[in-house]
Design a protein around this ligand. Structure first.
Ligand SMILES: [Fe+2]
Ligand SMILES: [Fe+2]
Length: 195
C-alpha cells in the first residue's frame, strides 16, 4: 500500500497521455490532487481515499463517455488487480469517481465525495477556469465563450460543499468575476472609452 501512489500516478499519466494539452489532461488531475490534499487536511478526511480517487477521477476521458462511469469501472479493475486496497475502500473510491460531475452534486454522501467534487470545481474558478473553458470551446467565438463562462462558472462557488473549499476559493471567485467583466469590457472596447 505504501508504494501505491507512485505506481498509480504512472498508470494514470500513461493512460491519460492522449489528453495532453486538453482541459482534462494529467496537469488538471495534478492540480486537483493538490487542492484535494489541502481540503482533506483541513476537513480531517481520509487522505488516502481522497488522493487515490482524485488521481483516477478523470481517467475516463481517455476511455469513453460518460467519463465518470468508464473511469469508475477502470478504477475498480486497476485497484483490484494492482493493489491490496480492501474491497470496501475500493467501492468508496469508485463512488467518489462516479459522483464527481457537476450534475451529481445532489448525490454526494461522504465527506471524501464532497472534497473531491469541491477540489475539481475549484480548478474551474479563477483565471485558470476561464482558460480551461476557452480551450474546451475551441473555435467558438470569444463572445459565446464569455457567455458560457458567465452562465457556468459564476454559480460554482456557491455550490461548493465544504467550508474549507469556500474559504480557500474565495479569492478565485473574486478573480472569476473580475476577469469576466474585464473580458466583456475589452471585447466591446468599452474599457478604452474616455468619457
Ligand atoms: Fe470529470
Ligand atoms: Fe476533473
Amino acid at each position: 500500500m505504501k508504494s501505491l501512489p507512485k505506481k498509480l500516478e504512472d498508470i494514470v499519466k500513461e493512460t491519460m497521455s492522449s489528453l495532453e494539452g486538453t482541459a482534462h489532461s494529467y496537469a488538471h488531475v495534478d492540480r486537483v490532487a493538490k487542492i484535494a490534499a489541502i481540503l482533506a487536511e483541513e476537513e480531517k478526511a481520509d487522505r488516502e481515499l481522497v488522493h487515490t480517487a482524485t488521481l483516477l477521477h478523470d481517467i475516463g476521458y481517455a476511455i469513453g463517455e460518460p467519463h465518470n462511469e468508464t473511469g469508475a469501472t477502470f478504477a475498480r479493475q486497476i485497484l483490484e488487480q494492482s493493489t491490496s486496497i480492501p474491497k470496501q475502500r475500493i467501492e468508496s473510491i469508485v463512488k467518489i469517481i462516479l459522483r464527481h460531475p457537476i450534475a451529481s452534486r445532489d448525490k454526494l454522501e461522504t465527506l471524501e465525495e464532497k472534497i473531491v467534487w469541491d477540489a475539481d470545481k475549484i480548478d474551474l474558478l479563477g483565471v485558470i477556469g476561464i482558460a480551461r473553458v476557452f480551450h474546451w470551446m475551441g473555435k467558438k467565438s470569444f463572445e459565446t465563450t464569455v457567455n458560457i463562462c458567465l452562465k457556468e462558472l459564476k454559480p460554482i462557488y456557491s455550490l461548493l460543499n465544504t467550508s474549507s473549499a469556500r474559504k480557500i476559493a474565495k479569492e478565485r471567485q473574486r478573480r472569476t468575476t473580475a476577469a469576466l467583466s474585464a473580458l466583456k469590457e475589452e471585447l466591446s472596447t468599452e474599457d478604452l472609452r474616455t468619457s
